[in-house]
Ligand binder design. Sequence first.
Ligand code: C2E
Ligand code: CA
Ligand code: CA
Ligand code: CA
Length: 279
Amino acid sequence: AKEMGRDHYAFFTERMGSDIRARLAMQQQLRGAIGRDEFEVHYQPQMCLRTGALLGAEALLRWDNPVLGKVPPGLFIALAEEYGLITAIGEWVLESVCAQIRAWHDAGLGSVKVAVNLSGKQFAQDRTVPFVEAALRKYGIAPACLGIEITESTVMGDPDKAVAALTRLKDIGVGISLDDFGTGYSSLGYLKRFPIDVLKIDKSFVDDVTTSSSDAAIARSVISLAHNLDMRVIAEGVETRAQVDFLTEHGCDEMQGYYFSRPLAADAFTALLRERRTL
Ligand code: C2E
Ligand code: CA
Ligand code: CA
Ligand code: CA
């Protein structure tokens, strides 16, 4: 619940788990949310630690509902998975992101790389990979502009199916990132089995990287592990200059976090692209 956001979400974080009526209300609102155009994709910059350049973004979904207010994805994504709504929502995200990549390209802002979070429920369906391919074609986007973020739990349900889907995506040029690395149970096995390009060091290790010798050791080990496996490393949840310095010094490739920017609405991210601001 710590990751879910602050103050105005307190109502949900405290009551959602047990309150069946609140869950029902949310489920009801969630069903019509795409039709009422209540979702918006925000973009959090991913920065190169070596050059300071803006490399791309992670797409993070936002839901603003007239009845419930702003509901954090940490709550509604799980509910959407439970009620069979995640495929429609996930496809809406993929489509919106592809349209946005196209719009940035057409505005002369270059080929922006965007990574989209995929739910395990989406992988369980044969339609997801064809959907991605169709969206790339529809918007005329180079597959290298699109990335997919998965977690161990995303692929745990049906690992064989997930391997097949990810291999297909990687073959066409879509990048694959393993999110929240180090927080699951069988990370090393997954690294061998899945066609992963990027490891994301979880925020929980980044938080105390400058004060805890064990977190520092874990971060350094993840960085060399990734590099030894020919993968890149992104640190997530970077909030301080000291963390940036530590990560840069130890060869981490990219960073993402409030230190540089929170997730931004498309317009604000566009402004950032125009400014060419660096880390
Ligand atoms: P995640 O994929 O691990 O995303 C990172 C979360 O950390 C985001 O929370 C982001 O806003 C937050 N964050 C980034 N930098 C910082 C920082 O410096 N400090 C702090 N305190 N937080 C930071 P958010 O946007 O609330 O998303 C939560 C989770 O919801 C995501 O975790 C992801 O698992 C899920 N999610 C979000 N959008 C989507 C989506 O389109 N599809 C799916 N399936 N899941 C999504
Ligand atoms: Ca992610
Ligand atoms: Ca993460
Ligand atoms: Ca997370």
